[in-house]
Design a protein around this ligand. Structure first.
Ligand code: EPZ
Length: 417
């Protein structure tokens, strides 16, 4: 079992360049199926979720190889349209292969993606969007059988679901006619998917707003694209400096994509300087509690940053209220933060963090991706040594968390046991 051994309690000082965005590259890899040719995806992070997406593409008959930070996918002759349970079970968000496989092959079979560490993960919005595009979908016995030639439609999402928006965009890109997606998600990763789709010849407009218009094309082709920087990884590293004190710089990300997070860190007393090339943070005094943090769809405060910012505020003077409005079970990091000395009370979707003088190193375990990152953020600001296990969760979304924290000056070692 691999662990991170973290000696905390001293200020950080350093600089780190963030990886390509996990939540940007995953739908883009699925969308390469629509090109019917070779696609080059640059700034592709080394993540286990990316490895699973590449395994799915290979299972479907594509060639997929990595050359450094670039992944080359040859989607010229897929031979299958089913995603086996084993692959679906390894990554719940594989459901966004449904749209591109259906659009390219005219059929798709996959097992119903189960829940995950964050609680139930329904896909009703994905299915209703694809049915609006003309897909026949049978759901039964934990399996989805989909078929149909897709045609443009007006789709209104009951919730601005990121995944459902992405599935609808990808399916519509190769459908006959025009599709309008109303109440679309506005995350920056949606705009990145639009950028890739248009790079392979699609006609997608409006990403970043609540209404996206897709004019279906049949002549999609090879393309090349560079994935945007990971805003949640960037938030993680800024939070680590906020937790430990000192100063740090994060590059390779658009500062506007995490402005709700940097606004909270500034309110807590951090000095944050954002520019097109870098985000700098300086922490010279103890942090103070902030106004309630309510997670919401973009451009609201990102649910993926909730645990990370909570960890940074465990020693902030005063009490901060968190409301987790997106997922049902996203406080699984709290017990281990309390074991490190934090004072956190959870009641349903609400958590109240009352600042303590110090946190203390402990042996802790990641229960999910961002909760695990939060424990590392707390550990760099804790007195003494922490041992963090459950790295299989962290490796899903961070190419090298230990290396990134060490680049910021933290005393972190990864031990492969
Ligand atoms: C994406 O998940 C991200 N994953 C998540 O990041 C992120 O937390 C989430 O968006 C919200 O920003 C990827 O992009 C791979 P949603 P997704 O559909 O698409 C409900 C991480 O840590 N819903 O926007 O699954 C759902 O239950 C991961 O990087 C339905 O009810 O999120 C949730 O309450 C975690 N029916 C809400 O919508 C549906 O059909 C938002 O989910 C779909 C979703």
């Amino acid at each position: 079992m691999s662990v991170l051994r973290i000696e905390g309690g001293r200020p950080l000082r350093g600089s780190v360049r963030v990886q390509g965005a996990k939540n940007g590259v995953l739908p883009i890899l699925a969308a390469t199926l629509l090109s019917g040719d070779v696609c080059l995806i640059h700034n592709c992070p080394r993540l286990t979720d990316v490895d699973i997406a590449l395994d799915i593409l290979r299972h479907l008959g594509c060639r997929a190889v990595r050359e450094g930070e670039c992944v080359i996918v040859d989607a010229s002759c897929p031979t299958r349209w089913d995603i086996p349970d084993e692959l679906m079970g390894r990554m719940r968000s594989s459901v966004f292969f449904l749209g591109p496989v259906l659009a390219r092959m005219g059929a798709c079979r996959l097992s119903y993606p189960g829940g995950c560490e964050l609680g139930p993960r329904p896909i009703d919005l994905h299915l209703s969007a694809l049915r609006a595009l003309g897909a026949e979908i049978d759901e039964g016995h934990g399996r989805l059988e989909c078929a149909g030639r897709l045609r443009g439609a007006e789709i209104t999402l009951a919730l601005p679901s990121v995944g459902a928006t992405e599935n609808a965009m990808m399916a519509a890109a190769a459908a006959r006619g025009t599709t309008t997606i109303v109440n679309a998600a506005r995350e920056p990763e949606i705009a990145d998917l639009q950028g890739f789709l248009n790079a392979i010849g699609a006609d997608v407009r409006g990403a970043g707003s609540s209404t996206i218009v897709v004019r279906g094309r049949e002549d999609l082709h090879a393309g090349e694209y560079t994935v945007l920087g990971d805003r949640i990884a960037a938030a993680t590293y800024l939070a680590a400096v906020a937790s430990a004190g000192g100063e740090g710089e994060v590059t390779g990300v658009d500062w506007r994509h995490l402005s709700t997070v940097t606004a909270v860190l500034s309110e807590a007393g951090c000095l944050v300087y954002s520019s097109p090339s870098a985000i700098r943070i300086e922490v010279r005094e103890p942090l103070r509690a902030v106004r309630p943090i309510r997670t919401a769809p973009y451009p609201g405060f990102p649910t993926d940053a909730q645990a990370i910012v909570m960890a940074a505020l465990c020693k902030a003077r005063g009490a901060t209220v968190f409301a987790e409005n997106i997922f049902d079970s996203r406080y699984r990091h709290v017990d281990d933060l309390v074991r490190m000395g934090a004072d956190i009370k959870v009641e349903g979707r609400v958590a109240v963090v009352t600042g303590v003088e110090k946190l203390f190193g402990a042996s802790v375990r990641a229960a999910d991706l961002r909760g695990g990152a939060a424990l590392a953020v707390a550990a760099v600001g804790a007195q003494g040594e922490s041992v963090l296990s459950g790295l299989e969760h962290i490796d899903r979304g961070y190419a090298d968390l230990a290396g990134a924290l060490a680049a910021l000056g933290a005393d972190v070692r990864r031990e492969e046991n």
